[in-house]
Design a protein around this ligand. Structure first.
Ligand SMILES: *Cc1c(COP(=O)(O)O)cnc(C)c1O
Length: 425
């Protein structure tokens, strides 16, 4: 389903013309469709309706509190990877019993914050971390729910930067070693072993790696249960891919069917941590064309959004469709769509066949709802751009554009520097 569609040659989001939003909030900005977000969440959630499960949206994909609230209203939980994300989830009103905490480098203050909040479980990534969590829980007079994040050593067949379930990746605990680790965990008084977890990577476009990982986890769970451990939760992570260009990704129902078939009679509550599959195609980046120029070799379209706003093309060489928001669009040309940042790596599309854009045209960079705003920065002292949520024929600015004053908030010039008057030249 797509709530970004053309009406009389103009791109709309739901019942709202995007050009109208651009006129009011200026460019560039991120735009999300409430209807698409809800739809994607429901499709995923309903695919698992026959088994007990919690869908914990991966906040790192899109952590705006309004977006988190949409999923929370749908009964979802949140997968966090930092204290900051926990804070956001709490501000959005999450039920802490539906929060799972992932990540290889949890700090003591973050662990304590999560314990105070009463989250469901920590996905533990090392034996040291397990001991630190036990110490923190002891200090606070609490018991920490945990699952060990095991590394099943399967190749998700995705970009090396976003594969996480291989031995060479920094994530998780070796599946062979995990058995021993579980035995150690049992001895810790402030640890409540709740389950097993894994996350094999992102933008996975086949079902088979998920099935392979699940098969390995199943074996482990059987061992653990024979050992007398009660495994109540199985966290299968996130990672389901989406279509950016031509790639085909499994529909959530296909993924769900494969997971259910592979886990018959497991008697546990499943946890899923989808991010991209929910938010990716529910958002776009809207930018204005500043200039066009050409040399003998190339055409360039210079737009007002750069790699600081959307870093995925520069970082992973990832593909985002380029579409026109308004205007006729002349003949097609091959061009690089580049931003204003002083880096050659600053591009949104490279060698792309697009219709001819002119100065002042609005451009939509599609599939930017996940890992878009959350990975943005202030590089080149550019204020971070607004986020806008459309619901039917209304739009809501859910994050304001940063001002120049926002840029230097928290910065100070120490007194000793102030004493020196500017040098005369
Ligand atoms: C990033 C991440 C996710 C979400 O991944 P998607 O590919 O966006 O679904 C889920 N769980 C963990 C542990 C992650 O690191």
């Amino acid at each position: 389903m797509n709530d970004f569609h053309y009406r009389d040659g103009e791109l709309w989001c739901e019942e709202t013309p995007i050009a109208r939003i651009a006129k009011e909030v200026g460019t560039p900005f991120y735009l999300y469709s409430d209807r698409t977000l809800k739809h994607h969440f429901r499709v995923f959630d309903e695919a698992f309706k026959d088994v007990p499960h919690i869908v914990c949206f991966a906040a790192k994909a899109n952590s705006n509190i309004a977006i988190l609230k949409i999923f929370i209203n749908e009964g979802g939980g949140v997968d966090i990877v930092s204290g900051g994300e926990l804070y956001r989830a709490m501000q959005a009103g999450v039920n802490p019993e539906k929060v799972v905490y992932s990540g290889v480098g949890k700090k003591v203050d973050e662990i304590e914050y999560a314990l105070e909040a009463g989250i469901l479980l920590f996905n533990v990534e090392s034996s040291q971390e397990l001991r630190v969590i036990n110490e923190c829980a002891k200090k606070l007079g609490k018991v920490a729910g945990i699952a060990l994040r095991v590394n099943p050593d399967v190749d998700p067949g995705t970009h090396p930067h976003i594969s996480t379930g291989l031995k060479k990746n920094k994530f998780g605990i070796d599946i062979q070693r995990s058995l021993e680790e579980y035995r150690e965990a049992r001895k810790l008084e402030h640890i409540d072993i709740k389950g097993v977890s894994c996350h094999i990577g992102s933008q996975v476009t086949k079902v088979s790696p998920f099935v392979d990982a699940l098969d390995r986890l199943k074996e482990l769970i059987n061992f653990l249960r024979k050992d007398g451990l009660e495994i109540r939760y199985l966290d299968l992570g996130g990672g389901l891919g989406i279509t950016y260009d031509q790639e085909t990704a499994p529909h959530p129902s296909e993924y769900a069917k494969a997971m259910m078939d592979a886990s018959k009679n497991m008697e546990c509550t499943f946890i899923f941590e989808p991010g991209r599959v929910i938010a990716g195609n529910a958002g776009i980046l809207v930018t204005e064309v500043l200039y066009t120029k050409s040399n003998e070799e190339k055409n360039f379209v210079v737009v007002d959004a750069g790699m600081n706003d959307l870093i995925r093309p520069s970082l992973y060489n990832s593909y985002h469709k380029i579409q026109r928001v308004t205007g006729e669009g002349g003949d097609e040309i091959v061009a690089d769509v580049v931003g204003p940042i002083c880096e050659s790596g600053d591009y949104l599309a490279k060698g792309r066949k697009i219709s001819r854009f002119e100065r002042g045209d609005l451009m939509a960079v599609m599939s930017a709802g996940a890992y878009g705003f959350t990975m943005s920065s202030n590089y080149n002292s550019r204020g971070r751009i607004p986020e806008v949520l459309v619901s039917d024929d209304r739009f809501h600015v859910i994050r304001k554009r940063e001002t120049y004053a926002d840029l230097i908030r928290g910065e100070t010039i120490p007194d000793y520097l102030k004493r020196t008057a500017s040098k005369q030249v």
